[in-house]
Design a protein around this ligand. Structure first.
Ligand SMILES: NC(=O)c1ccc[n+]([C@@H]2O[C@H](COP(=O)([O-])OP(=O)(O)OC[C@H]3O[C@@H](n4cnc5c(N)ncnc54)[C@H](OP(=O)(O)O)[C@@H]3O)[C@@H](O)[C@H]2O)c1
Length: 332
C-alpha cells in the first residue's frame, strides 16, 4: 500500500445556495476510529438529500462530516482499531453519514459491503443510498411480498428506479408515477407494469384500473402534501403507505376515515440519522437477499450521468432540472 497523502480534495457548501454554492476545498485526511475504515473514493453517488444539505435545510447528524455525500465506492486504505472485516486493498461500497464527495472517506466497516461481481465503480457507488432506503421502507416497513402491487411515486428517480428493479426482482407488480411520457417509457423498460404520467392522468384512477379496482398493497411516497389523501384512496384494504419525503410539503388537512375503514398503515422513516448498528442490520439483509441478484445482473442501478468531483455543481444542476432518470454519479 503506497503512503497516504495528508491532504485531500473535498466538496462542501459553506454558504447555503444554488449549485454554485458547492466549493472544492482541501481538507486533512480523516483518521479511522474504532470499527471504521478509510476508503480511497473512486466514485460517489449524488442524492436529493445532498441538494437539501447544500441549501442549508438538512444539517449533517451530530458527529458526521460537513463534506457532502452519502454513498461511495473505492478501496480500503486504512483500518481503525478492531476493523478487520476487509483487507487493505479490498474494493467496497459504503453508506456514509457524510463525507462522500472527497478523495478519501470514512465508513463504518459494518455498513460497507463488497462490490458485487461485474459492477463498475460508477454502478457500485450508485447503490448504497437507494438500496438501503428501498429495502428498509418497501420490504421491511412496507412488507411487500411476491404477487402484491407496489405503487411508487417518482418512478424515474434514483429511489424510484431502484424500487422498480427490486420490486420486480421479488415478484411484485409495479405501478410508477412520473412527470413525462418519456420517463414513463423508461420506467416501463425497467420493468414497471404500468407507468402513469401524473401531469395527464389521475394516479388514483389508474391504480384502481390496473388492480381490478382493488388498489395497491404498498405505496412508496416521496411527495406527501396533497398526495396523502390520494394515496389513501389508491391503497388496497390493509394497504401500507411508506413516507420517505415531502416534495409537496409535510402539512396536510386530511379525512382520516379511510385509515380505519381500509385498515391502512401509514408509516415512514429516515435513514441518515440511524445508528451504525441499525444500518448494519439493513446491510446484512441486502447482502443476503439482494447481493445475489446484483451478481446475476438482475437489478443493476440505472446510471443517468457522470461528472468529475470538481464539477459537482453541474451534477446538482442536473438533479435539480429533474431531467435525469436514475442515478447521477461523481468520479473522483
Ligand atoms: N427517508 C429516507 O430515508 C430517504 C432516503 C433517500 C432519499 N429520500 C428522498 O427520496 C426522494 C428521492 O430521492 P432521489 O435521490 O432518488 O432524488 P431524485 O432522483 O432527484 O428524485 C426526485 C424525483 O421526484 C420527482 N419530483 C421532483 N419534484 C417533484 C414534485 N414537486 N412533485 C412530484 N414529483 C417531483 C422528480 O420526478 P418527475 O420529473 O417525474 O416529477 C424526480 O425524479 C427525495 O425526496 C429524497 O429526499 C428519502
Amino acid at each position: 500500500m503506497s503512503e497516504l497523502p495528508t491532504k485531500m480534495r473535498a466538496v462542501v457548501a459553506p454558504n447555503p445556495g444554488g449549485p454554485e454554492a458547492l466549493t472544492l476545498v482541501e481538507r486533512a485526511l480523516p483518521t479511522p476510529g474504532a470499527g471504521e475504515i478509510l476508503i480511497r473514493v473512486a466514485a460517489a453517488g449524488v442524492n436529493r438529500p445532498d441538494m437539501l444539505q447544500r441549501q442549508g435545510q438538512y444539517a449533517p447528524p451530530p458527529g458526521a462530516s460537513d463534506i457532502l455525500g452519502l454513498e461511495i465506492c473505492g478501496e480500503v486504505v486504512a483500518r481503525g482499531a478492531g476493523a478487520n472485516r476487509y483487507a487493505l486493498g479490498a474494493r467496497v461500497l459504503a453508506l456514509v453519514p457524510g463525507g462522500g464527495y472527497a478523495e478519501y472517506c470514512l465508513a463504518h466497516e459494518t455498513i460497507a459491503l463488497p462490490i458485487p461481481a461485474g459492477l463498475t465503480d460508477i454502478e457500485a457507488a450508485a447503490i448504497p443510498e437507494t438500496f438501503f432506503t428501498v429495502w428498509t421502507n418497501v420490504f421491511d416497513r412496507g412488507g411487500l411480498t411476491a404477487g402484491e402491487t407496489l405503487l411508487v411515486h417518482g418512478g424515474s428517480s434514483g429511489i424510484g428506479t431502484t424500487a422498480i428493479l427490486l420490486a420486480k426482482a421479488f415478484g411484485a407488480k409495479v405501478i410508477a408515477t412520473v412527470g413525462s411520457q418519456d420517463k414513463a417509457e423508461q420506467c416501463r423498460r425497467l420493468g414497471a407494469d404500468v407507468a402513469i404520467n401524473y401531469r395527464t392522468e389521475d394516479f388514483v384512477e389508474a391504480t384502481k384500473a390496473a388492480t381490478g379496482g382493488q388498489g395497491a398493497e404498498v405505496i412508496l411516497d416521496m411527495v406527501g402534501g396533497d398526495y396523502v389523501p390520494r394515496n389513501y384512496a389508491a391503497a388496497k384494504v390493509d394497504g401500507r403507505i411508506v413516507q420517505i419525503a415531502f416534495l409537496h410539503g409535510p402539512r396536510v388537512e386530511l379525512d382520516l376515515r379511510p385509515l380505519m375503514t381500509k385498515r391502512l398503515t401509514h408509516t415512514g422513516s429516515t435513514l441518515r440519522p440511524r445508528s451504525p448498528a441499525e444500518k448494519a442490520v439493513i446491510a446484512d439483509a441486502l447482502r443476503e437477499k439482494v447481493w445475489p441478484l446484483l451478481a446475476e445482473g438482475r437489478c443493476k442501478p440505472v446510471i443517468d450521468s457522470v461528472f468529475p468531483l470538481a464539477e459537482a455543481a453541474r451534477a446538482h444542476a442536473r438533479m435539480e432540472s429533474s431531467k435525469h432518470v436514475g442515478k447521477i454519479v461523481l468520479t473522483v
